[in-house]
Design a protein around this ligand. Structure first.
Ligand code: PLP
Length: 411
């Protein structure tokens, strides 16, 4: 008898979008070798690690090469020296008390948002905003929680919460109670943020319906406006119903270095089939200690430098740089009559396609006529149809050049 695979993997459809983009761009470049293509679809940072970070990183690498300071396996949950910096800088100033064993350092918010579903029963109902960061959906597809994708592009058993122009990209509470709710704010891909009042509605909903909110704050560093919560724990009662994911990827350029963390307060409970409560903190700790061996020591030292005065200043400068690009994109597109969203508290700009063009038609038009690559919104879910995502992760020069080209198009 041949080995059987986990057939849930065969149910995944969506990621073809990124290979489709690459194929179209490659074909265009082959047909038009002189075209200077500007990629504005990537969600990866373009500026290097801050100097304060690389200095500490290098020193820690040297320590590892010296018998006197060499370190082997570290704690799976992360070194206290980093966790203490995280609490002191990211939470305490906002009036949020966390203990060291409520923070789990990891190698990425992608892994953590993808893995967290393991600690919940397969029968748990799952809600995602639509459009959505695909990891939340696909990790649940692989686990067998979603059923197949239907003709409308939605997985049968997932609850989709549309975020569209009609509702100002603010997710509305689900009509039927759900167990798990993935929220990402500031949002990828729409670039929109929730105010404290808007997020509080979700926390209240979770408390009333015994739901758990899985809150992805990977873009927290881009928040510019007041009244946008930086952490879900700024909302009263959230400690009982929310897990929060943060990352050093987008604030400090750690996309290739890998460091992130997840907060699981001890009050967040799940229940066994006999109705007994269990702390999700213990379950996540169990999961991590079994399946993860911690982030390397030099990387955790490097992450600490993110909080140093020099590190902070360098990070502020990078974020300001990206946000200047974001505002150039927003303003240029608005000037030519396009409807644009996001880009104020996030590096993502969500553009409504002109007329009744679909996402791919607009993608092709930008590629053919302006040599600009965006990401078709439909790749993030059915409600992303009719939109395209552009990102501020680029040089100022390229951003300005791209906007000049778009401004000349007749849309
Ligand atoms: N969460 C969201 C919403 C993202 O957009 C991304 C990266 O694009 C991540 C998480 C991944 O973060 P990390 O690099 O820490 O894995």
């Amino acid at each position: 008898m041949a080995v059987k695979i986990n057939e849930n993997y065969l149910l995944i459809k969506s990621n073809y979008i990124f290979s489709e983009i690459n194929q179209r761009v490659e074909k265009y470049q082959n047909d038009n070798p002189d075209a200077d293509i500007i990629r504005m679809g990537i969600g990866d940072v373009t500026r290097p690690l801050p100097e304060a970070v690389t200095r500490k990183f290098t020193e820690a690498v040297q320590e590892m090469g010296d018998a006197k300071s060499f370190r082997g396996y570290g704690p799976e949950q992360g070194y206290d020296f980093l966790i203490e910096e995280i609490i002191k800088n990211d939470y305490a100033p906002r009036g949020i008390d966390l203990s060291v064993d409520e923070v789990f350092v990891s190698d990425g918010a992608k892994c953590d948002t993808g893995n967290i579903q393991e600690i919940f029963d397969l029968s748990s109902t799952v809600a995602v905003t639509d459009p959505v960061y695909p990891v939340y959906v696909e990790s649940n597809v692989m686990a067998g929680r979603t059923g197949p994708m239907m003709d409308d592009g939605r997985y049968q058993k997932l609850v989709y919460i549309p975020c569209t122009e009609e509702n100002g990209f603010i997710p509305e509470l689900p009509e039927t109670p759900v167990d798990l709710i993935y929220l990402c704010f500031p949002n990828n891909p729409t670039g929109m943020a929730l105010t404290t009042e808007q997020l509080a509605q979700w926390v209240d909903y979770a408390r009333e319906n015994n739901s758990i909110i899985l809150f992805d704050a990977a873009y927290e560093a881009y928040i510019q406006e007041d009244n946008i919560p930086h952490s879900i724990y700024e909302i009263e009662g959230a400690r009982e119903v929310a897990i929060e994911f943060r990352s050093f990827s987008k604030n400090a350029g750690f996309t290739g270095t890998r460091c992130a963390y997840t907060v699981v307060p001890k009050e967040v409970m799940g229940f066994d089939s006999a109705g007994n409560p269990h702390s999700l903190n213990s379950l996540w700790n169990r999961r991590q200690t079994t399946k993860f061996n911690g982030v390397s020591y030099p990387i955790q030292v490097a992450a600490c430098a993110v909080y140093s005065p020099e590190g902070r200043a360098e990070i502020r400068e990078s974020i300001d740089y990206y946000m200047q690009n974001a505002s150039i994109i927003r303003n240029s597109l608005k000037d030519i009559g396009l409807r644009v969203y996001g880009g104020v508290n996030s590096p993502y700009i969500w553009v409504k396609t002109p007329g009744d063009m679909n996402s791919w038609e607009f993608f092709d038009l930008l590629l053919d006529e302006a040599h600009i690559v965006g990401t078709p919104g439909v790749g993030f879910g059915p409600s992303g149809e009719g939109y395209l995502r552009l990102t501020a992760f680029n040089t100022l020069e390229n951003t300005e050049k791209a906007m000049e080209r778009i401004s000349k198009l007749s849309l």
